[in-house]
Design a protein. Structure first.
Length: 118
């Protein structure tokens, strides 16, 4: 998962608010995945979730649409781009899995940017 236009948050509100924004996002994700998976900050404004089983479309939509995420947020929430990959044994290397899911996430990020510009 990648927080779209996160740089704008840091530029407009400052890095302390940006850090609060990341914490707010992490808390929401942990609530969404609390019984079925784990969420990890991967770096910068990117997060990875490990989900047990096939992730339901409802959870993906909840992550991408950010409903009511402004509630308690330090500033207005933008948007999240996701990449979802169902891994079955035998697993590829961790690097290959991350590369595949990253590619899927960036495709969605590109689509989101085009929609935001309209």
């Amino acid at each position: 998962m990648d927080l779209d236009r996160f740089k704008q948050i840091n530029d407009q509100y400052g890095h302390l608010v940006g850090d609060q924004y990341l914490q707010h996002f992490a808390n929401i994700c942990c609530q969404i995945f609390q019984n079925t998976g784990k969420v990890y900050r991967f770096g910068g404004d990117e997060f990875a979730a490990v989900y047990n089983g096939i992730i339901p479309q409802a959870i993906i939509r909840q992550l991408e649409s950010c409903p009511q995420w402004d509630e308690g947020a330090p500033c207005p929430f933008n948007q999240v781009s996701t990449g979802v990959l169902h891994c079955r044994p035998p697993h590829s290397s961790v690097e290959q899995i991350l590369q595949q899911v990253d590619q899927l996430m960036y495709q969605n990020k590109s689509r989101n940017q085009r929609q935001h510009e309209k």
